[in-house]
Design a protein around this ligand. Sequence first.
Ligand code: 15L
Length: 266
Amino acid sequence: MHILITGAAGDVGTRLRKLLKGVYPRIRVSDIRKPQDLTADEEFIAADLADYGQVEKITAGIDGIVHLGGYSVEGPWDRIHKSNIVGCYNLFEAAYRASVKRVVFASSNHAVGFYPRNQKIGVNVTVRPDSRYGVSKAFGEAVGSLYADKHGLRVTCIRIGNVSDTPLDKRRLSIWIRPDDLAQLVRIGLEHPDIQFEIFYGASDNEAAWWDNSNARRFGYRPQGRSQDFQAQAMAAQAKLPPDPIGDRFQGGPFCSDEYDADRDR
Ligand code: 15L
C-alpha cells in the first residue's frame, strides 16, 4: 500500500508521519512547505492543494490518502475557501481520477461545535458548525460521502477533537485524543475491509466525553488514552484562562464565542 499524507508539515501530520512509519512501507508526504524534520528516507512532494494540477501529481500511484492538509483553525473566508473548500474538493476529485482506493479525511469537532455540552451526540446528528472552519469540515464530509456513494471510494471522516500529549484544559478533557489513538483510527480507515463511508469521533477513552463513539468501536477502535488521568493538570491550566461564558455552553468552546452576536436575541 502506497500512502499519501497531506498536511505533513503540520503538528498532527508530523506526529502521524512518525507513528505510521514502519506500519506502511511506502509513505509519500506532501505539504505546501517542506517539513523541517523531513528525513532522507521520506518521499516528499510539495503541493498547493488549491491547484488541481499539483494535487494530480501527489495523488498519482497512491492507494490510500490521509488528508490532513488545509487551514486548521478559524480564518478569513478567502483562506478557508482556498485551502479547505477548493483544496478539499481537488483532493477527492484527483483521488478518484487516480483510482485511489481510500481517503481518511481529518474532519473536526467544529463541524458539530454548536451542540450544547449537556447533549451527548453520535455520528447521525445534523452538522452544527461553529465557524467558517467548521463549515469547511462539514463540506469535506459531504464531498467524501458523494465520492463514496457515486464512485465507490472508501472514505473515513474523523471528527478530531484535540490532538496533544495531554489534555490542555477543561474542554479538552472531553475531546482529547492521544496521538497513538488517532493513528489507530487512521489505520482502521486505511485497512478495514468493511469501510465504505464512515464518520468516527477522534477522541480517546475520556470519561467526560460528549460523543458516543460506538461507531468507531464497531470497527475495532480501542482507545488507550484516558483524559481523566490528567484531570488536575487540565483544571489548573483552565483556571488561568479568561472567562468565556458563551464558549462554555457549547462543545466548540471559543470557536462558538468568537464573533458570536451577543445581541442576537434582542
Ligand atoms: C481543531 O479542529 C483545530 O485544528 C485544533 O487546532 C484545535 O483548535 C482543536 O480543533 C480544538 O477544538 O481544540
